[in-house]
Design a protein around this ligand. Sequence first.
Ligand SMILES: Nc1nc2c(ncn2[C@@H]2O[C@H](COP(=O)(O)OP(=O)(O)O)[C@@H](O)[C@H]2O)c(=O)[nH]1
Ligand SMILES: [Mg+2]
Length: 317
Amino acid sequence: MASEDSTINSLVERASEGDRRSVARLLTLVERGGVSAEIIAEATHPLAGKSHVIGITGAPGAGKSTLTASLARDLAESDHTPAVLAVDPSSPLTGGAILGDRVRMEEATEAGAFIRSMATRGHAGGLALAVPGMVRVFDAFGFNPVIIETVGVGQVEVDVASAADTVVVVVTSGWGDAVQANKAGLLEIADLFVVNKADRPGANDARRDLELMIDLSQVTGQAVRRPEIVMTTATEGKGLNELKEAVSEHHQFLIQEDQMPLRRSKRWKAEVRSRLEYLLSEFSKESIDNLEENQESSPSSVANDLAKNLLKKDELG
Ligand SMILES: Nc1nc2c(ncn2[C@@H]2O[C@H](COP(=O)(O)OP(=O)(O)O)[C@@H](O)[C@H]2O)c(=O)[nH]1
Ligand SMILES: [Mg+2]
């Protein structure tokens, strides 16, 4: 453990001096989870909290990677040091991408952005633990903003929303049919909407549908701030400036309305909850594996006893 500590300490030190390879190694350790991830969380927590965290989510193929890469490049070229965390099985760095997308990500990297992909599976404790931990690493070492790109599918989308200050939901024409069931969910997480592929027919209808949905939600008082709608053609860079402005305006809104502390505290609590749920599920697994198989007691009485035992524990692990 001591050597693990000192390795991490020196990585943290070098990362603070701007060494990107050390940042990359820290990210890998956090992604893997376990003890190292915990040590890194301890070390980076006091350093973090300055970066604007932007979540970009939406259906597969909506154009998230194209938008993210262009945005990251643009920011890097205008004196920012953006980082991208692509939580997307089909993102350019994890394969399956067409050449144009890969080139865009490479251009963003050359401009100075730090781009990192992660798989959606295989993290101890799930994405809900790995993503905030990795964002914290970026934040701690001066990357700002931190952009999380993620496929909008149920829980992943919600997890990412809880990790971001500004959530951008990307839709294309026909979105209303595809996500019929989850319109309320989209509205709940979206701070702003992008209608991408504005070069295609139906984009204006998509915008109108969104406006309508937002109008309705405003009547019922669900939304706090009316989410802006930006039209983009990501492949041509059209609407990118408007998107950058809308994101920055939302950030300003959070600061001016003193909403940042609230978002951060929600995020902090969400992470505490994920961690607690992880610990509890590990404990359950272990306890259940160790049960005698005679089935003499009722399941609920056994569960109650196990829970009582857990509450008496003073060591975790
Ligand atoms: N016509 C058109 N195609 C686009 C636009 N934006 C992205 N695409 C294409 O849509 C496909 C999916 O884009 P990608 O960024 O990988 O989507 P993601 O799955 O949401 O990350 C790619 O072939 C892009 O080149 C756009 O504004 N117009
Ligand atoms: Mg993608």
